[in-house]
Design a protein around this ligand. Structure first.
Ligand code: DLL
Length: 395
């Protein structure tokens, strides 16, 4: 737990913003403090929650904002330094060492992925290659020719790069890959197996969001690979019941909530991320004592209700990737032809009875019967950043 003083400092900062009036005068515990929501950020768009004079701002980032206005993140120099530090810690924990060649295929720009990894990698003295997303054939060539050891990208884009390598006839023996740091979207153990097999690296999960800092809020260690260590010196984590707001017991799924402890420009109290995960506070096999969050199952608003069954796209992914002959690319189409939602799973692959085997695997694992359409390899749209897993045709 952070010291009371750290929390008091954030509270004092937040009091300077329009959200300050919601803080009760005699608050005692963290749970007495109000939540902050994405709606609050929207209402005070773009810079209404900044607590420092404008001339102290050094950088602006934003999340993609597929649903309306982008979410703005503002940083002072100190905020950028803290961000580099937590990213450096995540990379070091993953096994990245000074001098290693880091191929950064996260997008550069307003998205925090590119620059976040870049600063952390430079801080530890890695040789950083700012490839950014896109031009997959060139990614494959550079990965081979510059002998990239660390691949940083979304997991879906890493698979696309793997396909680019195959198409260029570049075999695993021509690559120097050792570590993959994959995040920015949900992915499963089945996807981990695929990534490791196709790229010959150890695949690790890294989490973050622009509102809190960007990537570097939590990451896996290679020893445990059993939950992501939260960088608790800077980010205080809670999991709550998304319906009631009450704390969820450790080990129980709920909504991740973060309080920034050291942020200057846009500190946030109890920010509701919308991401569903659980917490584990038992020490890890690696010896670190920090709280660990499970892999994110999905966003609250990505949860589908199909004939009364709640499910996240990642559960479909887990079922799919256990079926022989299925490629790790898929999309879910949600429609409402009548009263009820219907789900169609588009996947790729080859083999006898593939559609019925996939249907059976999903029925067994998730408990719903869905329509399955198997497409030829390469037909499902690939993304260069976050994959679009759900196509909602209901509205
Ligand atoms: O995606 C920051 C990031 C960049 C994290 C690169 C890791 C690697 P945003 O664009 O603001 O920031 O999106 C944040 O992405 O609330 C989650 O829903 C999702 N997300 C991020 N990391 C993971 C992960 C970046 N490892 C939103 N697993 C978050 C699942 C993730 N979802």
């Amino acid at each position: 737990m952070p010291t009371r003083e750290a929390l008091e400092r954030v509270v004092e900062r937040v009091r300077r913003t329009p959200l300050g009036e919601r803080i009760p005068a005699g608050w005692e515990a963290l749970t007495d403090l109000p939540f902050t929501t994405k709606e609050d950020l929207r209402r005070h768009y773009p810079l209404g929650l900044v607590t420092v004079p404008h001339e102290q701002l050094r950088r602006i980032h934003a999340s993609s904002g597929s649903r309306g206005k982008p979410t703005i993140a503002a940083y002072t120099q100190h905020d950028l330094d803290v961000w580099s530090e937590v990213m450096a810690d995540c990379l070091t924990m993953a096994g990245v060492q000074p001098g290693m060649v880091l191929h950064n295929a996260y997008g550069y720009g307003l998205f925090t992925g590119g620059l976040g990894f870049h600063q952390g990698a430079e801080r530890i003295g890695a040789l950083t290659i700012p490839v950014s997303g896109g031009v997959t054939a060139r990614q494959a060539l550079l990965l081979r020719d510059l002998r990239g050891q660390v691949l940083c990208s979304t997991p879906s884009y890493a698979l696309h790069i793997a396909q680019g390598l195959r198409e260029a006839g570049i075999g695993p023996d021509e690559l120097a890959l050792e570590i993959g740091l994959f995040g920015a979207e949900p992915w499963t153990e089945g996807m981990r197996d695929q990534l490791e097999a196709e790229l010959g690296l150890v695949a690790l999960n890294i989490y973050g969001l622009s509102e809190i800092v960007g990537p570097g809020v939590a990451a896996e260690c290679p020893e445990g690979r059993d939950g992501l260590h939260v960088m608790e010196d800077h980010f205080l984590v809670e999991v709550i019941d998304p319906e009631t707001g009450a704390p969820a017991p450790d080990g129980t799924d709920g909504e991740l909530v973060f309080t920034t402890l050291t942020k200057e420009a846009m500190p946030l109290l109890r920010y509701r991320t919308g991401d569903i995960a659980s917490l584990d506070r038992e020490p890890c096999v690696c010896g670190r004592a920090s709280a660990r969050m499970s892999a994110v199952r999905g966003r609250r608003d990505d949860m589908l209700i199909i004939r009364g069954v709640n499910l996240y796209p990642s559960q479909i992914e887990e079922a799919l990737l256990h079926v022989d002959g299925v490629a790790p690319h898929y999309q879910l189409i949600v429609e409402r032809p009548g009263q009820l939602d219907e789900l169609t799973v588009l996947c790729e692959g080859k083999g006898a009875n593939l559609a019925s085997r996939v249907k059976e695997a999903i029925r067994e694992q998730v408990g719903v019967t869905v329509r399955v359409l198997v497409r030829p390899l390469g037909e499902i749209p690939r993304s260069e950043g976050k994959a679009v897993r759900v196509v909602d045709k209901r509205t």
